[in-house]
Ligand binder design. Structure first.
Ligand code: DGJ
Length: 718
C-alpha cells in the first residue's frame, strides 16, 4: 500500500511494507509515483532481524516514517514508551487509515487551520503495537493554496495498563543521502536568530531548548538544503514546529550516510503518564519543500503563517503604527510625560500609544509587583481609564503591557500564594530578573490570570496588549501534580498558557495582541497563532536589526516582526545611525517608535512625520506583500530586500550599506518577484522601466560616503 501526498509543487510518499510504514520520498512533485527506486532491503554486517526466515529484512537501514527503538533500528527514534513491566520496546504496525476533506483542530494546541473543508485534505494513519495497546495516529494535511504539508502525532492508550511516554516527537524524516547542509538559528537576548548553515557530517546535531520557552538561543525550525542551494535556486526542505516550549531538533548522519532528522517536544526532562483510555497530542510540524531555494521556502512559510496560522481581526487588517514609552521613560513614567509623548506622536501621524512596564503595583524597577495588575496611583493618580480616555481623545489608540506569566516575590500575589510558582518542595527557587514563574499547569493560577487581566481589559478601553515574558524556567515542578507526573510540568505549563491565550483572545477579539519575551525570546509559530505579531528583539539598533530581521524572515513574515525606531546613541549597543536608516530598517517590519519624541529637534520631528506618512503608503505592501531577500548582512557589508504586492502591481526595495569602504563597490539592487512584462514607474522620479529590467539589470545604489547608509525605491505599475 502506498500514500502519495501532493501539494502544488511537491510530493511526499509513504509505503506500508510488512506492516511497517516506510518513508519513500519527499521532494519535487511527481505525477504518478510508480516506484522506480524502491526501498532496498540491505542486510549489513550485524544488522538485527526479527524473522529468521527473512534475515534481509532489517529495520536498521529502512527509511521509516515514525521509527521505534528496540527492534534493530539504531538511529534515534521518534518516540519511546515505558511499559508497566519496565520495558521500552514497542513495535508499531500499520492498522488502517482514513482520508477526509478539511483539517482537524489539535486538542489544546496551536496549529495551522483551514476556513472551509475544501482548503485541505487530510490523512490519518493508524499504527498499533499489539502487545501494549499503544496506538499512534499520524495525521498529514495538504493545503490546496499553500505548498505545505502538516504532520502531527496522537498517542492513545488502548490497553488496560498505564504506560509512560518518554519521548513523543512530532516528526521524523529519513533522507537517503547526506549531500545536505543544515540551517538552524542560534542567538541570545538582543541577538536573536543568527543563521547557522553547515554541511552535515557523520555525527548527531542537536539544537534544543530546555528553558521552558522556545528561547532566543535557538528556534524550533530547521531546514536541510542541497549543498548548491542558494537564496533563489535549489532544493530546500523546511520543518517548523508549532510550539513555544522545550523542543529538540536532532539531525543524524548514520554509518551508511543516510540522514534522519526529527523535531518535537524536547524528550530531555519530559515524561507523560498515560492511563488506560487516555491520549496525548504532540504539536504540529509544518513541512515545506522548495526547489526555488531558501527564498522559495520562506515565501511559503510567510503566506501560510500570515493567513492560516495567525488569527483574529488583525490577521487581515493593517496594523497600527505605534509608539512605545519603554526606551523613552523606562520605569520613570508619569501622566504628564506619557501625555506629552502621545501628543507628539499624534502630531506625527502615529496611531497607537503603548504604555509599557511600570504602570502597576509599586513597580519602580524590575524588583516588584508582577502579579498585582492594579494601577499605580503614585504614577498615574487619575487611573488607567482616565489615561486611556485622554489618549483616545487625541485620536490615538491605547495599548498596555502585561507580564502575566510571572510573579515578583515582592507582590501581594506572592504573599498570598507562594506555592503558585514553579518550584520543588524543600529547595530554594532561583530568581531571574528578580522574578518567579507562575505555575500555569494549575487551573487556579490560570483562572486568576484570566480574571485579573480581563478585569483590566474590561475596565479600560484598551486596543492593544503587549504580552511579555522575561525569564526562563528553573526548579520545574508543580505543587499539585503527583510525583509520577512531575516531569509533565513544563508541557502542562504550555498547555495552560495556550488555554489562557485562547480565552483572552476570544473574549477580547478587538484587541491586537503582540507577543514578547525579552524581545524575540519566544518568536515561534505557537505564539503567532494567538498573537499575529512579536517584538523581534530588545536590540533596537538599526545595524544589529538588519541581521535579526533578516534571520527572522527565513520563517516568519515581516507582518509578524515588530520593529521600532529608537534614539541614538542606541541604548543597547551605543551606535549612532541616522534617523533615515533607523526608519528604513523599522519600516521593513511592523513599524513603530520607541523614543521620546518631545526631545527631538524640529528637523527630526518633521522627518518622523514623513516616515510615518511614507509607511502608511507602503504598509499594505509590507504587511500583506511578498518578501524577497536580496543580499545578506551575514555575508558582507550590505543588506537588501524588497516587498512586492500579491498582484505584482507595486514594489518597494530597500538597500543598507553597513560599513563604508575606501574603494567603494558599485552596487545595484536587483528586484525580485516583479512581473517581467509590466512597466513600472519610479514613484519618486517618474522614470519607467520594465519589470524584467528592474529584476535583471537593477537600479544603481547611490555611491555615497559614510557608514550605515540606506535607500529605498518604490515602483508602481504604469
Ligand atoms: C522586555 C521587553 O522586551 C521590553 O520591550 C520591555 O517591555 C521590558 N521587558 C519591560 O520590562
Amino acid at each position: 500500500m502506498q500514500f502519495h501526498l501532493q501539494t502544488k509543487d511537491s510530493s511526499y510518499v509513504m509505503q506500508v511494507l510488512r506492516g511497517y510504514l516506510l518513508h519513500l520520498y519527499w521532494g519535487k512533485k511527481i505525477g504518478t509515483y510508480r516506484g522506480s527506486s524502491p526501498v532496498v532491503l540491505a542486510p549489513r554486517s550485524f544488522a538485527p532481524y526479527a524473522d529468521p526466515a527473512q534475515p534481509g529484512f532489517t529495520l536498521s537501514t529502512l527509511p521509516l516514517e515514525y521509527p521505534a527503538y528496540g527492534n534493530g533500528d539504531y538511529r534515534h527514534p521518534a518516540y519511546q514508551v515505558q511499559l508497566k513491566d519496565g520495558s521500552t520496546v514497542t513495535d508499531l504496525r500499520y492498522a488502517g487509515h482514513n482520508i477526509y476533506h478539511g483539517k482537524k483542530k489539535l486538542a489544546g494546541l496551536p496549529a495551522t487551520y483551514v476556513e472551509n473543508n475544501q482548503e485541505a485534505q487530510s490523512l490519518d494513519i493508524l499504527l498499533q503495537d499489539r502487545i501494549s495497546g499503544l496506538s499512534v495516529v499520524l495525521t498529514y494535511s495538504v493545503f490546496r493554496d499553500f505548498d505545505a504539508i502538516t504532520r502531527s502525532v496522537r498517542f492513545e492508550n488502548d490497553g488496560a495498563a498505564s504506560f509512560r511516554l518518554q519521548r513523543a516527537l512530532s516528526a521524523s524524516l529519513d533522507f537517503r543521502d547526506d549531500g545536505l547542509d543544515s540551517l538552524t538559528f542560534y542567538g541570545s537576548h538582543n541577538n536573536e536568530r543568527n543563521i547557522n548553515r553547515h554541511p552535515l557530517s557523520e555525527e548527531m546535531l542537536v539544537i534544543d531548548s530546555a528553558r521552558g520557552a522556545s528561547s532566543p538561543q535557538h528556534d524550533p525550525f530547521f531546514a536541510l538544503l542541497r549543498q548548491n542551494t542558494d537564496e533563489d535556486h535549489g532544493e530546500a526542505f523546511g520543518c517548523s514546529l508549532v510550539y513555544s516550549g522545550n523542543f529538540a531538533i536532532q539531525i543524524e548522519v548514520d554509518q551508511y550516510r543516510t540522514v534522519r532528522a526529527s523535531i518535537g517536544i524536547n524528550p530531555f526532562d519530559f515524561s507523560w503518564r498515560m492511563k488506560s483510555g487516555e491520549s496525548f497530542q504532540a504539536p504540529e510540524v509544518v513541512l515545506v519543500y522548495s526547489d526555488h531555494g531558501l527564498g522559495g521556502l520562506s515565501l511559503t512559510y510567510h503566506r501560510l503563517y500570515r493567513s492560516r496560522l495567525a488569527r483574529g481581526k488583525y490577521r487581515d487588517r493593517l496594523r497600527p503604527i505605534l509608539i512605545n514609552n519603554w526606551e523613552a521613560t523606562y520605569f520613570k513614567l508619569n501622566e504628564k510625560k506619557l501625555l506629552a509623548i502621545a501628543k507628539e506622536a499624534q502630531k506625527a501621524g502615529i496611531e497607537l500609544f503603548v504604555l509599557d512596564d511600570g504602570w502597576f503595583g509599586h513597580r519602580d524597577n524590575d524588583r516588584s509587583s508582577l502579579g498585582d495588575w492594579i494601577v499605580n496611583r503614585q504614577k498615574l493618580p487619575h487611573g488607567l481609564g482616565w489615561l486611556s480616555t485622554r489618549i483616545h481623545e487625541m485620536g490615538l489608540k491605547f495599548g498596555l503591557w502585561f507580564e502575566p506569566e510571572m510573579v515578583s516575590p515582592d507582590s501581594n500575589l506572592y504573599r498570598a500564594h507562594s506555592d503558585w510558582c514553579l518550584h520543588v518542595p524543600g529547595r530554594p527557587t532561583s530568581l531571574s530578573r528578580f522574578q518567579l514563574v507562575l505555575d500555569l499547569s494549575r487551573a487556579d493560577v490560570r483562572d486568576y490570570l484570566v480574571q485579573s487581566v480581563s478585569a483590566v481589559l474590561t475596565d479600560t478601553d484598551i486596543n492593544y496588549v503587549k504580552w511579555d515574558m522575561n525569564r526562563h524556567m528553573t526548579e520545574i515542578g508543580s505543587a499539585l501534580l503527583p510525583d509520577e507526573c512531575q516531569r509533565e510540568t513544563a508541557h502542562r505549563y504550555m498547555l495552560g498558557l495556550y488555554e489562557i491565550l485562547e480565552k483572552l483572545t476570544a473574549q477580547f477579539p478587538d484587541i491586537l495582541f503582540e507577543s514578547c519575551s525579552s524581545g524575540g525570546g519566544r518568536f515561534d509559530p505557537g505564539m503567532l497563532y494567538y498573537m499575529p505579531q512579536t517584538w523581534a528583539s530588545d536590540n533596537t539598533d538599526a545595524v544589529s536589526r538588519l541581521k535579526i530581521q533578516y534571520g527572522t524572515s527565513i520563517v516568519y513574515p515581516p507582518a509578524a516582526i515588530g520593529a521600532h525606531v529608537s534614539t541614538v546613541p542606541n541604548h543597547q549597543v551605543g551606535r549612532i545611525t541616522s534617523l533615515t536608516t533607523r526608519g528604513h530598517v523599522a519600516m521593513s517590519g511592523n513599524f513603530g517608535y520607541e523614543l521620546d519624541p518631545t526631545r527631538l529637534n524640529k528637523g527630526d520631528k518633521k522627518m518622523i512625520e514623513r516616515q510615518v506618512s511614507f509607511y502608511k503608503e507602503i504598509r499594505p505592501l509590507i504587511q500583506f506583500g511578498d518578501f524577497y531577500r536580496i543580499s545578506s548582512p551575514f555575508e558582507g557589508q550590505d543588506a537588501s530586500w524588497c516587498f512586492v504586492a500579491p498582484d505584482q502591481s507595486e514594489a518597494a526595495g530597500f538597500f543598507f550599506r553597513i560599513l563604508a569602504d575606501s574603494s567603494p563597490l558599485l552596487r545595484t539592487l536587483k528586484f525580485k518577484g516583479l512581473d517581467p512584462d509590466t512597466l513600472y514607474e519610479n514613484v519618486a522620479t517618474g522614470e519607467v522601466f520594465g519589470g524584467d529590467e528592474l529584476m535583471n539589470a537593477g537600479v544603481n545604489v547611490p555611491d555615497e560616503k559614510g557608514d550605515f547608509k540606506s535607500y529605498v525605491w518604490r515602483f508602481r505599475r504604469k
